[in-house]
Design a binder for this molecule. Sequence first.
Ligand code: HEC
Length: 108
Amino acid sequence: MKKIFILLCLCIIMYGNDFLSPYEYGKALYKNPRGIGCIKCHGQYGEGAIISYIKQNGKLKPIIAPKITGVTFDKFEEALKLGRGFMPKYNLSVSEIVSLYIFLNPHQ
Ligand code: HEC
């Protein structure tokens, strides 16, 4: 929690008032994060979605991109840096990751 607070302060200093807010920036990045948009798999607000189906033992099994709101910051950062299953890894800066996190968790 301390880490996210420090990062948030950094963000505010970096973005100031006359630039996009971290929330707005996160919203834009969520659609276009230099790579395939999070929105394509995780839904409009990170609520999660079924990406596709695979056939396993003659049965259709859904491939699910989970809900990504309410995840701890450490878990969030790790998933982005390392990738997860069908999810590619992203080469995002700390302020970009924080902005995405703020967009997905605006009331924290
Ligand atoms: C190609 C589809 C796809 C895209 C694009 C994608 N993800 Fe994912 N993401 C997944 C899947 C599938 C998982 C679950 C993987 C697993 O655990 O097997 C996942 C897992 C995660 C997790 C971990 C959730 C948890 O509870 O552990 C986070 C956080 C996450 N994604 C955030 C993002 C963000 C932010 C972006 C955009 C920068 C993004 N994802 C783009 C498919 C995607």
